[in-house]
Design a protein around this ligand. Sequence first.
Ligand code: F0G
Length: 468
Amino acid sequence: MTRPLPIIEPFRIKSVEPLRMTTHAERVELVRAAHGNLFLLAAEDVLIDLLTDSGTGAMSSEQWAAIMRADESYAGARSYYRFEASVHEIFGLEHVIPTHQGRAAEHLLFQTLTGPGDVVPNNTHFDTTRANVEATGATALDLPCAESHDMESDFPFKGDMDLPALERCLAEHAGHVPLVMVTITNNAGGGQPVSLACLRAVRALCDQAGVPLYIDACRFAENAYLIRRREPDQRGRPIKDIVHDMFALADGCTMSAKKEGMANIGGFLAVREPELARELRARLVVTEGFPTYGGMAGRDLEAVAQGLREVLDEAYQEYRHASIRYVVEHLDAAGIPVVLPAGGHAIFLDAGRFLPHLGWRQYPGQALAIELYLEGGIRSCEIGSLMRNARDERTGEELPAPQELVRLAIPRRTYTKSQMDYVIEIVRRVFERRDEVRGVEIESGPEVLRHFSAHFRRVDVRAPAPSA
Ligand code: F0G
């Protein structure tokens, strides 16, 4: 029998950046100085930075070459036309509006389409999407499918939307749903993919109700790869054909090119309707820039134009998913509660089950993220009650999030397999002493997007001793 070859990084390294080791004692001090908030650490004090996969990846030699060729003209730059051509070719949406990052595209879209009394359904809003919907006075409604709540099942499309709930929402709020949005992959819900079948069904419901469908496209190629791998009638199809079918269903999309644009900054909004495009561009000039650069330099437009093509490379996607599966499988085999099956851009630890002695008010996700940093200098991010910051509409009282997760987001083309082995070992070490991990409470912080800047205090909730 021939053994299968391991899937290797389909690139070699041309430029390196040294990492700085810190001692445990130094990290204790650094966490104290950052008030328990890992966003407030200096990046130099982090060994392996898994805070986000957004804008943190490595660019290719072709991207750097394109950057040198960029045209920085204010209007009508060659780089804009290359960018527009890439978006047309891949997404098939006519009107392309460059923005400095994803949330600027969201801001433009929701400021234009939504207002007080409106409801925007989404499989799960990412935090900036929610903030932008709510900033217009509209309600951001999450409608994840029922299967998404079981983090151990191997259901292949936990990113799917709850279709009966969407149908009810469209009927109940008829005339007040300006758009439906689907986030691919579902970042806040564990990086899980949305099936093509679900997208088609959402489109059919939107057609019945006469409501446009928008896609939050940040991780579109990873989603398409997982459709090919998991959706029986999509096996064997090229990723770019699946992408084409997904976006043929949409009236528009918002995109953070910091993810699958393979660039360090950038984004866009793309729509079909010319009237809407005119209105959006009028706003764009006020807040971002002239329509042929938006919020981007010519060199950013070039990096994204090239990156969007590279992200569709089959060998790249094979490697990307194999490296994430590798970590998930090793953690799962060690009995560590991790969201299954592996998603596309990150490993999600289930902090609720990892630290069962902590209630949601002790923010187990934040407690675990702190511990991973103390143990091995790894920076991760809480995606749970802290980030969600849900409130009872009447009383304003804080409510728990459906899940308490810690995300280890993997920057693209950046860390090697041996660095992933190090991550696995650090998580195992924290798991072995999980009973000692203390919870946190918020000492101070803002009301909106509080997880970025809140200060935390450790609280002494530990697992009871076995004899107690
Ligand atoms: N939508 C999704 C699904 C995202 O994951 C993000 C960003 C955005 C929109 C906003 O894009 O950052 O370019 O303004 N997610 C990053 C993350 C920050 O770490 O997951 P942006």
